[in-house]
Design a binder for this molecule. Sequence first.
Ligand code: GDP
Ligand code: MG
Length: 168
Amino acid sequence: SRWDNFANSRLGNGAVGKSSMIQRFCKGTYTRDYKKTIGVDFLEREIEVEGEDVRLMLWDTAGQEEFDAITAAYYRGAHACVLAFSATDRDSFEAIPSWKIKVENECGEIPTVLVQNKMDLIEQCVIDPDEAERLSRALGCKLLRTSVKEDVGVMGVFRHLASRCLYE
Ligand code: GDP
Ligand code: MG
């Protein structure tokens, strides 16, 4: 089907939980150990969205500058994007607009969702809920909150993007 090429690029600073989110979604597992992503990883999963089978091909990027040229080549053909930051990491939040621009430069306007991860660490949260909402409005992206650790909200991120890809 034409959805065989559905590709989804995930971006954001290091250690915000991008690899964990893909692993949670595609394999149903979670690990506490941090293994820095080198270059680009790939996983896929098929889900049903409003009666349609959608195969999501997830390209997991490294956030580090040294891999910029490599990762850009991989997300160039993406049809949707998750911009992820961590509730406990201000830098990751502040870097979101620049990641949005990088994606736009490679992909144009594609369905994009803003994800605030690590919501289980709410007592260590360094981002005001209002600021997150403001950024979401400024970027024109829906804001979703997740805890990959507790498996809260992860499915919703991918369902949201899959249905936008089906109907836009
Ligand atoms: P990436 O660099 O963005 O790919 O981040 P990783 O997926 O490698 O995760 C970085 C670290 O954060 C790992 O130790 C994960 O176990 C941890 N982590 C990921 N998601 C969550 C979450 O929702 N809550 C908490 N407390 N830790 C998380
Ligand atoms: Mg990673």
